[in-house]
Design a protein around this ligand. Structure first.
Ligand SMILES: Nc1ncnc2c1ncn2[C@@H]1O[C@H](COP(=O)(O)OP(=O)(O)O)[C@@H](O)[C@H]1O
Ligand SMILES: Nc1ccn([C@@H]2O[C@H](COP(=O)(O)OP(=O)(O)O)[C@@H](O)[C@H]2O)c(=O)n1
Length: 291
């Protein structure tokens, strides 16, 4: 059981600050815990905590469990520290092993399609399917279908999409694996995944799949915002407040994935700010066999 504050100090990445309100039924007082600092890579999965005595447990998006011991709040004259510990990770190891063997037998060819929200990933994937015979798997569509199916993860996924937060990898990877296994095709466009380093590393280790290449749709926020506000598909996250959060998540978490694949020479960057037809000309060139 590591000390979470110590972990955070080692990590110089971005932090997000959370606010917690607790009702002390003995004193009938609300206690406010401000500025709970978590690395931006993780988020509380839901606002439901498990409480036992003076200890509050939260499940985080990377399946770590965060433990707050309210009775061990340390005060100094200027600052108040909260005693926070990381409790270890929830891992579905049996399932991981099973899926690895199944997918590694199939050995599908995979192209990741990445880019900011509204950069035109879905639009161009439809064109690629028609011209190059791939099957399109949109991570966002699979998650939305999971909500509709009434799955036990539905509420958690719904909350995270409404906030523009990235759903834990285990959930998304299972949906992708299932979709790949259920389809006879062996060529897949995976759109909107991996969206952070956790997504990327977990997908590689669970499935053993390395993408052929990564198509990156590069587009200005101004243009993406205009497109999302005009998309009109009734999506809960296509409102200005959530759009801004999604842009932040893209810059803070998703760009790192593109940089990783760029360092491996796998990124094909497309200027996605142009009209649909022009973007598709560039996409076609990216799929053409190298001469
Ligand atoms: N090149 C483009 N120029 C103008 N509008 C576009 C272009 N590509 C897509 N769109 C529109 O922008 C919106 C977002 O596109 P979409 O393909 O759904 O993006 P993403 O899958 O990256 O979120 C849609 O309404 C789509 O019709
Ligand atoms: N790999 C992924 C893909 C999407 N998502 C969630 O689904 C939302 C919508 O993703 P999307 O790919 O359908 O849409 P865009 O944001 O690209 O327009 C994201 O904001 C995330 O909340 C996720 O958690 N993990």
């Amino acid at each position: 059981m590591g000390n979470y504050r110590a972990d955070l100090l080692k990590d110089h990445a971005n932090y997000d600050y959370f606010y917690l309100e607790l009702f002390a039924s003995t004193t009938w007082e609300w206690r406010e815990l401000r500025n709970i600092r978590l690395s931006s890579y993780v988020y509380p999965v839901s606002d439901e905590a498990i409480i036992s005595g003076c200890v509050v447990y939260f499940l985080l998006s990377n399946y770590d469990i965060l433990r707050f011991d309210i009775s061990r709040q340390i005060s100094s004259s200027r600052q108040r520290f909260l005693h926070i510990e990381l409790m270890g990770t929830v891992v579905d190891s049996a399932n991981k092993e099973e899926s690895k063997s199944v997918l590694s037998e199939k050995k599908p060819k995979v192209v990741f399609v990445l880019g900011g929200p509204g950069s035109g990933k879905g639009t161009q994937c439809a064109n690629i399917v028609e011209h190059f015979g791939y099957t399109h798997l949109s991570a966002g569509d699979l998650l939305r279908a999971e909500i509709k199916s009434g799955s036990k993860n539905g509420t958690m996924i719904q909350n995270m999409i409404s906030e523009g937060i990235i759903v834990p990898s285990e959930v998304t990877i299972k949906l992708l694996e299932k979709a790949i296994m259920e389809n006879e095709n062996d060529k897949f466009l995976i759109d909107g995944f991996p969206r952070n380093e956790e997504n990327r590393a977990a997908f590689e280790s669970v499935t053993g799949i390395i993408p052929e290449f990564v198509l990156f749709f590069d587009c200005s926020e101004e243009e993406m915002e205009k497109r999302l506000l005009g998309r009109n598909q009734g999506r809960v996250d296509d409102n200005i407040e959530t759009i801004r959060k999604r842009f932040k998540v893209f810059v803070d978490s998703s760009l790192a994935v593109i940089e990783y694949y760029n360092s491996k020479g796998k990124v094909k960057k497309i200027d996605a700010g142009k009209p649909v037809g022009e973007v598709f000309e560039a996409v076609k060139a990216a799929f053409a066999p190298a001469k």
